[in-house]
Design a protein around this ligand. Structure first.
Ligand SMILES: [Zn+2]
Ligand SMILES: [Zn+2]
Length: 241
């Protein structure tokens, strides 16, 4: 039997322009939406339940506050992370963030929105969605904010408006390059809301790509609350330990 024209066309395109899995570089079907092979897609490690009811870290029993949260007070109300920042996902986030691989946005955004669909309490009652800003110069060099892309996907999927009230007023050292004590002070006072009072009484979902100590999210949440937000919940794609 003759092959349908779409199959012939697809094989022809494949021959001319072979595309490769963003993680392992093996050849993949050019029609694949995610930019990942099937094997790598299954290697993305989910953050295993149950979660610390404060910071979203994986803990051993339900309602267990993690060791970190017993000594730290965050300005946000609660945080969740969809996956663990390791292996394939770590590689993908780094390519997305630092190497301009925007083709990865669909797999990363789908992972994020899929997690929220499975955990509806993250989004219930949310009035506005926002994201962690980059320092302006840095944004211009790279021309996009990975957290903004994730936040836009959530906004579209759940039909909740996205706003950008936060500004980062100084360039800071990368959090992951600093010892713990410095991470907690590196960001003090760096995030600001320009239009004070603009968020009066609203419940906000704050989006970022990776959470490590929680200092960035906490500083942003503090600024949002000072500007009138009633509640700030946080969601990140990945959790680093
Ligand atoms: Zn692969
Ligand atoms: Zn915790």
């Amino acid at each position: 039997m003759a092959q349908p024209i779409t199959v012939i066309a697809k094989n022809f395109i494949n021959l001319l322009y072979p595309i490769h899995c963003a993680a392992c570089r093996s050849a993949i079907d050019p029609m694949t939406r995610t930019g990942l092979c099937n094997i790598c897609e299954t290697k993305i490690k989910r953050n295993p339940k149950p979660y610390c009811p404060s910071c979203g870290r994986s803990v051993t029993s339900v309602d267990d506050i993690c060791e970190e949260c017993k000594i730290t007070r965050f300005a946000f109300d609660r945080a969740w992370s969809a996956c663990l920042y390791e292996g394939v996902l770590k590689e993908l986030i780094q390519q997305f963030k630092y190497k301009g691989k925007l083709s990865l946005s669909s797999v990363l955004c789908d992972t994020m929105t899929g997690f929220i669909k499975d955990n509806k309490n993250i989004i219930e009652g949310t009035d506005l969605i926002t994201f962690v800003p980059l320092y302006n110069d840095w944004l211009n060099e790279r021309e996009y904010n990975q957290s903004g892309i994730l936040a836009s996907a959530i906004s579209r999927e759940f039909m909740i408006p996205i706003v950008k009230p936060l500004e980062k007023s100084a360039r800071t050292k990368r959090q992951n390059e600093l010892p713990r004590a410095e991470r907690l002070t590196n960001l003090t006072g760096v995030f600001k809301v320009r239009d004070k009072g603009s968020l009066n009484g609203s419940s906000i979902l704050l989006v970022d790509d990776v959470m490590t100590t929680g200092a960035t999210l906490s500083e942003c949440a503090k600024a949002l609350k000072e500007a009138g937000a009633k509640e700030v919940r946080c969601i990140t794609l990945a959790r680093g330990m």
